[in-house]
Design a protein around this ligand. Sequence first.
Ligand code: SAM
Length: 197
Amino acid sequence: MTEIFSCTAYRQLSQMFLAILFFHSSEYILAVAMHGLSNITPKSLLISKAYLFAMLFSLLEYLIEIVLFPGLKEPWRLSNSGLAIVIIGEVIRKAAIITAGQAFTHHIKVYHEEHHKLITHGIYRFIRHPGYCGFIIWSVGTQIMLCNPISTIAFAIIVWRFFAQRIPYEEYFLRQFFGSQYVEYAQGVPSGVPFVN
Ligand SMILES: C[S@@+](CC[C@H](N)C(=O)[O-])C[C@H]1O[C@@H](n2cnc3c(N)ncnc32)[C@H](O)[C@@H]1O
């Protein structure tokens, strides 16, 4: 047992645990700070059944591989690059949440509220969906950090597909709310999610 859970495994699993803990607790704290505790539900922790399934799958992959192919987990440069990618993803996502403030809601708004202003400054000057871009980077980074080949590819495809479907829906309402102001903004600024215009 001690041999299976080598130093590498302890380090990688602790980093994963801390990455997840930091991500969800900071999402919740920021949601409370932006919207007030009374407007927040446990959904702001962003833990869905699909997400839990994906994370458990990745943990299972890790455990199977560390037993059967321990050498797969050893490339420390790759694992450290994963950690760096996780941090970059966090920074991009949190910059989005802090910049957008009350405009950043975890559900997509389908009715225009008066206080909802179009955000085009800060990180939104460079990409239209930094929150989604940051999450894709963060989630794929967690799997690179664990040196999980299957989950790295699966996370990249599944998370990308999720946002590729969500963005057109979200932008339909943004065009309804902000009209030509949003159309012009979208023409000049890339989405930040690969292959999504
Ligand atoms: C989960 S947030 C994600 C925001 C953005 N898609 C991102 O990735 O940073 C979803 C809410 O943000 C709002 N939203 C998205 N882009 C916005 C912008 N540029 N200005 C104001 N609100 C925006 C949408 O109306 C939606 O209700």
